[in-house]
Design a protein around this ligand. Structure first.
Ligand SMILES: Cc1ncc(C[n+]2csc(CCOP(=O)(O)OP(=O)(O)O)c2C)c(N)n1
Ligand SMILES: [Mg+2]
Length: 376
């Protein structure tokens, strides 16, 4: 039996099936490919004219190249069985990380989910140690003890990648509250997926940030799926983050997550608001992951025309074309691409040169004040 929510949209019963009759076999239960496709809106041509400096645009071009080429390399390395554990790539979602990070100052804070490679690199973490961390080597950014799902770089104020959905939004309020109490104007950004918007911690964090006017920006990377479930099959409103903003007295902000300029302008406005002591913002970026949820997932539950349409809205070539329209010489762009390729190759060599972490690392970095011996 299907139910009708107040919005008039039918709710799924079991695992996304529309009715008991439909939910007749395991394959069908997991197969969403005959559901209506969720196609992207076209890029707004007016975004060519946004007031963004050439330097900022070149910076975002380069960062998107870094993120794309590094994620592809990470994928190649785990096909070679060199990446330890699972990995969640953000191929196709680079414009969100590049656009938001460009609006941040080095002393601002960032929190990410387990899909956090891009956000760690966008805050300036060095490529070799990031890749070495994915390989579980002792020259990794966390000496091989964190891996793909737990990337962090405190020296870049990248405060971690969290796998408990939504929980880090409350922790992000902590750095924001700390900055507020210390009287600095540092801003915290917390990224999360569409799936987090139906978790209690999301609502708790937003409410607390709003009542205390915390300098925090919550950025929803709405890639339309939470693991294998289309978010719109399990959510009462069409825009899972933005439609909830009003509940916390916040403006509803939706940006094109495949257009770095659109992301940057919204992020810069939210950063300025937070720095001025005017409280939090909630931004929903519409985007799409080009691959599966994690290395184990071929992503076959997605309709072919949906995937095709989003591949055609790939943020990297779109931004390349914008740069050409704005008069940037193609040879300058190709030079950036080649430089990044050389850096990714060097990062790969660095990562492979590391050793497996030895037992001497086991009890280091466990406590904030150093060793653990006095506790024994
Ligand atoms: C509290 C909690 N519940 C369930 C899970 C299992 N889980 C891991 S990833 C995921 C989907 C999250 O989707 P979304 O927030 O949209 O992020 P995306 O993977 O799309 O970036 C779920 C439910 C979890 N890690 N934490
Ligand atoms: Mg998602």
């Amino acid at each position: 039996m299907s139910a009708e929510p107040m919005s008039g949209r039918p709710l799924p019963t079991v695992m996304g099936a529309w009715s008991a009759e439909e939910a007749s076999g395991t394959d069908e239960l997991l197969d969403y490919s005959n559901r209506p496709s969720r196609l992207p809106d076209p890029v707004d041509p007016a975004n060519d004219s946004l007031d963004i400096s050439v330097g900022d645009r070149l910076g975002m071009y380069e960062m998107q190249q870094i993120l794309r080429q590094m994620e592809k390399r990470a994928y190649d390395l785990f096909l070679q069985n060199l990446v330890k554990g699972t990995s969640h790539l953000s191929l196709g979602m680079e414009a969100v990380a590049a656009g938001v990070a460009r609006a941040q100052r080095p002393d601002d804070y960032t929190f990410a989910t387990y899909r956090g490679h891009a956000h760690t690199m966008a805050r300036g973490a060095p490529l070799g140690p990031v890749l070495a961390e994915l390989l579980g080597r002792d020259n990794g950014i966390l000496k091989g003890k964190g891996g793909s799902m737990h990337l962090a770089s405190v020296e870049h104020n990248m405060m971690g990648s969290y796998a408990i959905i939504g929980a880090h939004l409350c922790i992000a309020n902590g750095t924001a509250w700390s900055a507020q109490m210390r009287g600095t104007d540092q801003v915290t950004v917390a990224f999360f997926g569409d799936g987090a918007t139906n978790i209690g911690a999301f609502h708790e964090a937003l409410n607390m940030a709003a009542i205390w006017k915390l300098p925090v920006i919550f950025v929803c990377e709405n890639n339309l799926y939470m693991e294998y479930t289309p978010i719109d099959l399990v959510t009462a409103v069409p825009n899972p983050a933005a439609d909830r903003a009003a509940g916390y007295g916040l403006e509803s902000i939706i940006v094109d997550g495949n257009d770095a300029d659109d992301v940057y302008v919204a992020a810069a406005a939210a950063v300025a608001k937070a720095r001025a002591g005017q409280g939090p913002s909630l931004i929903e970026a519409k985007t799409y992951r080009q691959g599966g949820h994690s290395r184990a997932d071929p992503g076959k539950y997605r309709p072919a025309d949906e995937l095709q349409a989003w591949m055609e809205k790939d943020p990297i070539p779109l931004y390349h074309q914008r740069m050409l329209r704005l008069g940037i010489d193609e040879s300058a762009l190709l030079t950036i691409q080649q430089d990044v390729a050389a850096r990714v190759d060097a990062a790969t060599e660095f990562a492979k040169s590391g050793s497996e972490p030895g037992p001497e690392h086991l009890m280091t970095d466990v406590w904030a004040d150093g060793g653990s011996s006095w506790r024994n």
